[in-house]
Ligand binder design. Sequence first.
Ligand SMILES: [Zn+2]
Length: 593
Amino acid sequence: MAGTVVAPYLLNVTERSTDAGTAGGTKTQLAPFDYHGVRLLESPWQKQYQETRDFYYKIPDDNALKGFRERAGLPAPGVKLEGWYGNDAFNVFPQWLSGMARMSAATGDQAVGEKAHNLMLEWAKTIEPDGYFYYSRKPTFHYTYDKTVCGLVDLCKYAGYQDALPLLEKITDWAIKNLSRTRQPATSGDPSSGMSEWYTLSENLYRAYQLTGNPKYKEFGDVWPYTSYWSKFTTQTDPDIHDLHAYSHVNTLSSAAMAYAVTGDSQFLKVIINAYDYFERTQFYATGGYGPSEKLMLPDGSLGKSLEIDSNNFETICGSWAGFKLGRYLMMFTGEARYGDWIEKLLYNGIGAALPMLPDGRTFYYSDYRLGGCRKIYGAIHDIGGDWRWPCCSGTFPQVVADYHNIIYFKAPDGLYVNMFLPSEVTWTQAGTEVKVTQQTGYPESDTTNLTVQINKPTPFSLKFRVPAWSRGTTVKVNDTKLDVTIAAGTWATVQRTWNPGDRVTIQIPMEMTMVPVDRQHPNRVAFRYGPVVLVRTEESLEVPNRTELSRWITPASQSLEFHTLEESKGNLLPFYRVARGQPYRMYFDLKG
Ligand SMILES: [Zn+2]
């Protein structure tokens, strides 16, 4: 079966992408910086990145390697990492390598790159002659192979360790011979179906093919299209996807995205565009999160009803990682700004609102949006007795915070695209001239961002910035002079000029309070969002005297993004990302009348 090509419905497509300039590839509208040239400056998100980096850097190598060495019969000092880490189905080791490789590329942090490389070399000693590489002798899941491909690709691509490639080939030869090709689709109502997540494999295999040019990875990637699911988004208006596992069914769309990247077949692009539109319309909470109890919902009011019963509303870390990737692929291939709005929501209300890792491996897993009152805790609220050490989300945690460097800016031949308003610097070469732009902002706690252009000689290029879909009245100035440029919510605004050294751009994006209904069937079940930031209330009920004149009864408090309401004694509204562990809060409210 090796070399099985994509499914018939995709082969029958005659329309090819007009962007596909060359065979086997497609034109990218916007290029990400791909962990090069972007530096975070001081902000809560830079702090979260640094804390996460330090946490993973301090995990003793012997502990991470213990199970691999025991399986190989090698001396295995150290203390075993417990919880999910001990289970092959979800060992997160290669995701740590991926995250650390991306961190080292983004920040020039050699120490974290060397740690990842050393872990890889020690793990390589445990690979068996036939290429068997898992943590133990338990069932061999596609999931773990997929993450290992990602880790090895990233060690080579981002950290420059070429010696990852022979290992990648060795374990892939094993996988080609041994991984089950049953490819059973996940089915509604059967949580164990598709649980090995074979349908996310092709993304990383196609990345391996792009990196190496070795057709073996392309051919093996071609084995795993998730046709029965992907095709729903091109053939059905209301695709029946309810009860499917949420994170992996967003993550598999990144495989469709990479199938588009390596084939140029526009059908794959349609899949991800239509899927995003459907998710945006039917699956997302106000936070950008999705998947109560890890399930996709019927578009019949189930999302709104989930708030009555469910505390496990969003698998936060993995879900944000999948969202960042899919949002970025969509922006790369379409050039459209609107997908950045989702990335922004996840940044502030998803991963950016997560609690930090605990030393024993406990990981902030689910965000809690339940109507009756919520807490930020570790592990699942309905399964408090379970073991939530080193779960899947402890694998994506270092990846998704490294990704902060890869969501702020894009570039294209005409210039720079500013997607996120985060304190940062970006350096790139524009038509042979090195340009550095420094972005200073307190956004989203202030509504203004300032960009300064550092350049040696006057240089023409466009500086474009995302005008959020939720915004009204955005303005832009250059050197304090207001510009008359087209500004439309949900698109890029363009400042085209010949830039001089020291030119300053000031973008003001006024924010206002909005009430966001959870779904169409529940227009009175709302969350409060100020700009992109979801607010929560620390106390009980919330009287709503007048829905249309929010500013009359919600007034700014002394701290940014905090608000008093009429019943001040019952607590303020404040950003979800500012809520501490264990602090009670409410995110959704049923309005009266
Ligand atoms: Zn997870």
